[in-house]
Ligand binder design. Structure first.
Ligand SMILES: CCCCCCCC/C=C\CCCCCCCCCCCCCC(=O)SCCNC(=O)CCNC(=O)[C@H](O)C(C)(C)COP(=O)(O)OP(=O)(O)OC[C@H]1O[C@@H](n2cnc3c(N)ncnc32)[C@H](O)[C@@H]1OP(=O)(O)O
Ligand SMILES: Cc1cc2nc3c(=O)[nH]c(=O)nc-3n(C[C@H](O)[C@H](O)[C@H](O)COP(=O)(O)OP(=O)(O)OC[C@H]3O[C@@H](n4cnc5c(N)ncnc54)[C@H](O)[C@@H]3O)c2cc1C
Length: 677
């Protein structure tokens, strides 16, 4: 152990970690600034982390694993109030809502110091407020937004039903307009129409955005959004006509009180229909305002965009834990009479982990780029231009699908990399995994969203065939008709072009397949269904090509004025990422490019050399994510590397260790062992 001063405190640091940090050849702070989007952001983030985490209020006295479900929920509510107060007062005073943004990544980061699972207010922050911002008229906004931002009301987003989640048009909850009273009557006509899943609905919120089929003058106008009060603002009792409760234990999100909601002819004022995109006048006349009918789905697009950033952050946490642990952990004896090596020195361990570091960078840069695209499309929509929306929908759909799926898979690999101790709850890897694994499903299931992107790609292909211009993310399709396969080029640009060829080749194969089925007499819908396995693969290939291109270009742009070693380590990671996926997808490359067996051999050699090049900087790279111990919440991943001490300290907190003999011994085990039971 070595003693080190950190933030004014003296701490003991594991000697292997000290050596690792001494080996690091680049300026860690510089990389942190790049990942944070600039030094100013890092300074602001650290200031906010200090304010909200230094007083220890985020810490649990008893680890929440030992609490009952009810106690865990109550503890989460208690901490949510502390957390929300911090956002409401100190942070907003300090930086201002406009500059920091309500859904700032900084607020998001500190939340993990408070909640191992989630806050019951997650959907308030992540969905209720954004829906108010996106779906209300200016008058409605003036009424609801301040109340929601001040937490005078807390809400959630209630869309999914027992019978339907994916197929929104199939939702059954009705909102029928009554012109006599100028109210909507909300009703759940069947068991399958019961609302199910909304976060915070079970016990926490008093308002919600409800998605329901709008009926007026006897005509159904499809799904619309309504703000519905469900609990009394004073007593918190469910209002008449409302049945609401918690849906019970889940694989994760257990402090999130996901709930059910049943309406029995529950009435709400006409003004509670969110009327930015469509209106119902007092006499019941339906007026469509928006030019694009899917603008009602705006909150989902927003959350899909935000989830890419979520994935970058969660993978950064997992790989920080796994790399630090792998530097501390020593195991086996590959050479006789030699000390046991750090497991990080095994090539196979580097293969598991360095791709996770690179992926966290790739997802961070892609997410920043996607967020910019999102804000630019929002600006277009404000100017009544809706032609950029389909591309945003296609991009956010596939990126949400691939990033959540990759991230879950890589977090599980981080757990594998930590051996048995990775399976301890105190490693925090299991919590991170159960949190992330749900993201592949919610906000649009993986397959369903990739098929949305595939629709866009098939249409784009038809445009290209007609030699019409297409948007930037699919401009590579224009080269799909070049007849000659270009010689394999293993440079970064060459690999990206090769994967664009793979995507184009897969889309082309889908088109051929759909047309083949149509020629054999199938209608388009059946031909489409028969092609869906390939369509999902084509959308995945397109999405990966977008990520490769974005990661590569953003790395060059963001390190243009960096110091040479920072530039080189960031480029090494990007190259590693491209080599890794080339080797993962050799089948695709052999099918659609001129890659040869010899090229695969070369790729493998380059990949393994790159692992060795990155090895000395591995700990420095995860330190650069700059995730405080309070946020990591891990016995294995803390900055000081006191892994075994922390494991033991945590074990001693088990209530089973409070007494030398548990009463069950005398009650059950002893009589059983003595043949008396
Ligand atoms: C850990 C604690 C953290 C706390 C910290 C808080 C601090 C605050 C800081 C930060 C907060 C950030 C938060 C980030 C994370 C947020 C997490 C929030 C938690 C979320 C929990 C989960 C919530 C949910 O799951 S809500 C429910 C979501 N449900 C879905 O997504 C359903 C999926 N289904 C669909 O989207 C659609 O039904 C469909 C697309 C599958 C099909 O729809 P459809 O049938 O109506 O359409 P068609 O198939 O007929 O298509 C017609 C046409 O329209 C196009 N289309 C479809 N959708 C869209 C769209 N959205 N936009 C534009 N166009 C669209 C479609 O492509 C077709 O086009 P064509 O041209 O082909 O005709
Ligand atoms: C932790 C968590 C939190 C949630 N929070 C909320 C919330 O706050 N508010 C809310 O409204 N909802 C919420 N949800 C619900 C969530 O949005 C839905 O579960 C999700 O959209 C998937 O829909 P589904 O459950 O209907 O799945 P299904 O559509 O029933 O999917 C089942 C299977 O069928 C496949 N499938 C479905 N349709 C097709 C198709 N057209 N083509 C090919 N395959 C298909 C899917 O790929 C999947 O494998 C939450 C869910 C979870 C797990």
């Amino acid at each position: 152990m070595k003693i080190k001063m950190l933030a004014g405190k003296t701490i003991e640091i594991n000697v292997d970690l000290v050596k690792e940090r001494a080996k690091c050849n680049f300026n860690i702070r510089e990389v942190t600034h790049i990942l944070d989007g600039g030094e100013k952001n890092t300074i602001q983030r650290k200031k906010i982390e200090d304010i909200s985490l230094n007083d220890g209020q985020s810490r649990d006295v008893i680890p929440e694993e030992y609490l009952s479900p009810k106690e865990r929920y109550e503890n989460a509510v208690k901490k949510s109030c502390i957390y929300a107060r911090i956002i409401k007062t100190e942070l907003m005073n300090m930086t201002g809502l406009e500059t920091l943004g309500f859904n700032s990544p900084v607020f998001r980061r500190i939340a993990d110091a408070y909640f191992k699972e989630v806050t019951p207010l997650l959907a308030h922050f992540g969905m209720f407020v954004p829906t108010i911002m996106g779906q209300c008229t200016p008058e409605q906004l003036a009424h609801w937004l301040p109340r929601a931002l001040n937490f005078e009301i807390v809400g959630t987003y209630v869309q999914t039903e027992l019978g339907h989640g994916t197929f929104i048009r199939g939702l059954e909850t009705t909102a029928t307009y009554d012109p006599q009273t100028e109210e909507f009557v909300l009703h759940s006509p069947t068991l399958s129409s019961y609302k199910w899943w909304a976060g915070g609905l079970g016990k926490t919120v008093n308002y919600c955005v409800v998605v329901a089929q709008l009926y007026t003058k006897g005509v159904c106008h499809g799904v619309h959004t309504f703000i519905v009060q469900i609990r009394d603002e004073e007593t918190h009792m469910p209002l008449p006509g409302i049945r609401v409760g918690d849906i019970g234990p889940k694989m994760g999100y257990n402090t999130g009180d996901n709930g059910f909601l049943v309406f029995n002819h529950h009435r709400i004022p006409r003004e509670n229909m969110m009327m930015k995109n469509a209106q119902v006048l007092k006499d019941g006349t339906y007026v469509k305002v928006a030019r694009h009918e899917k603008l009602t789905y705006g909150t989902m697009v927003y959350v899909r965009v935000m989830l890419v950033n979520e994935m970058a952050f969660n993978l950064a946490k997992a790989v920080t834990i796994a790399v630090r642990y792998s530097a501390v952990r020593r195991q086996s004896q590959p050479k006789p009479n030699q000390p046991e090596p750090q497991v990080l020195d095994y090539l196979t361990q580097q293969h598991k982990l360095f791709i996770c570091i690179a992926t966290a960078h790739a997802l961070q840069f892609t997410s920043d780029w996607l967020y910019k695209t999102f804000t630019s499309v929002l600006a277009d929509i404000r100017d009544d231009k809706i032609d950029t929306l389909p591309e945003l929908h296609a991009l956010s759909s596939c990126l949400k699908a691939i990033c959540t799926s990759d991230c879950a898979a890589f977090i599980e690999i981080c757990r594998f990399a930590c051996g048995g101790h990775g399976y301890m709850a105190s490693s925090n890897l299991s919590m991170i995994y159960s949190y992330v694994s749900a993201t592949r499903t919610y906000e649009g299931d993986y397959t369903v969203l990739l098929l949305q992107t595939a629709r866009f790609l098939v249409k784009a292909w038809e445009q290209v065939e007609k030699r019409r211009p297409v948007t930037s993310t699919i401009s590579y399709l224009s080269h799909a008709f070049d007849k000659l396969k270009k010689p394999w080029d293993g440079s970064n640009e060459g690999i990206i072009r090769a994967f664009q060829r793979v995507a184009a080749g897969k889309i082309s194969a889908c088109i051929n397949c759909i047309r083949y089925h149509q020629k054999s007499g199938k209608d388009f819908e059946d031909a489409w269904q028969l092609t869906t396995i390939q369509l999902v693969a084509a959308a995945e290939a397109h999405c990966r090509a977008v990520i490769y291109d974005t990661y590569y270009n953003e790395t060059i742009r963001l390190t243009a004025s960096s110091s040479p070693n920072v530039k080189s380590v960031m480029e090494q990671l990007c190259t590693l990422y491209l080599l890794y996926w080339s080797l993962e997808r050799t089948g695709d490359l052999l099918r659609f490019t001129s890659l040869s067996e010899k090229d695969i051999f070369d790729l493998q050699q380059r990949y393994e050399k790159m692992l060795a090049v990155i090895r000395p900087n591995a700990v420095g790279l995860v330190d650069a994510f700059d995730i405080r111990d309070e946020i990591l919440n891990s016995t294995l991943g803390a900055y000081d590397g006191r892994v075994y001490e922390r494991l033991m300290e945590e074990a001693l907190k088990s209530p089973l260790n409070a007494e030398p003999v548990n009463s069950s011994f005398h009650k059950h085990l002893k009589p059983f062992m003595q043949g008396k039971l």
